[in-house]
Design a protein around this ligand. Sequence first.
Ligand SMILES: Cc1ncc(C[n+]2csc(CCOP(=O)(O)OP(=O)(O)O)c2C)c(N)n1
Ligand SMILES: [Mg+2]
Length: 315
Amino acid sequence: MPDFIHAYDRMLLIRRFEEAVEQLFAEGRIMGTAHTCIGQEATAVGVAAALKPCDAITSTHRGHGHFLARGADPGRLLAELFGRANGYSRGRGGSQMMMDPSIGFYGTNGITGASVAFAAGLALQSRMTRGERVVVAFFGDGASSQGVLHETLNLASLWRLPLIALCEANGYAMSTPQAVGVSVASVADRGAAYGIPGVSVDGNDFEAVHDTVADLAARARRGEGPALLECRTYRLSGHSRGDRREYRTREEEADAWQREPIGRLAGRLREEGLLDDAGLAEHEAAAAARVAEAIAFAEASPEPDLATIAEGVFA
Ligand SMILES: Cc1ncc(C[n+]2csc(CCOP(=O)(O)OP(=O)(O)O)c2C)c(N)n1
Ligand SMILES: [Mg+2]
């Protein structure tokens, strides 16, 4: 059985972190843009809980939650958003260009769909070296129609790569509803085109995500090849900074809030007798404190030294 309390902590950390990011943008304390994942925490944490330390993840433009679930330091992550020298890319990358291979996190990625091709390279390496590593590639419902994804799934199937292509079906690609932009009812239906299992789960159910990813990872580790997994969730955040969410109603959002994953896991913790209301509140406070600490760390971090401006430039 997965560690529900640990999962709850990680989900709360992600939620408080993303709320802080939105607030910091609104106050003009960080520049540029970012895509937050409020409402999608159970998918990120369910995946991370099911993987082994040797496994790898590739992520998307909406990747803070994936990175935190995998064990990123919230202070260094936020320092990157502030453009500071202590950030994961020494302040040069920002939200969509951060990685930490030491924890098997091969990057957020601003190119829609590219996470899957990147993951296939890692999975090919694992297969060629007879390694144990399984790779999970996150992508969105919008990305599910990108050509690179389909070319990659074809090869991944032929080469029986240890790859789980994981669609976070959060209902929208920018302002386009999934029903308008995707030709099938479930992205999982597309697995049949490549002769690989296509599975769909409730992405707001931590345990369901965990159990499904654990099964598909075990299958991939046995050499049985890739799978396509759809996690059905909802992007409670706007697409990115400044999204006024005019393409959907507040009623639809209120309905989605009823199904949000953190409250659901809290209910489960109560039912199982793992935490009572006081215990839940303690974990809430700890997550808020961790994020306050991360903000203080990021704001106290130095700007990158101008003398290093040409470092890390490969062109
Ligand atoms: C190759 C490419 N095309 C278009 C874009 C612009 N773009 C950024 S996010 C996005 C929508 C992606 O939707 P989805 O895959 O559902 O992910 P979500 O934003 O819902 O997490 C688009 C079209 C891009 N970044 N890269
Ligand atoms: Mg989407």
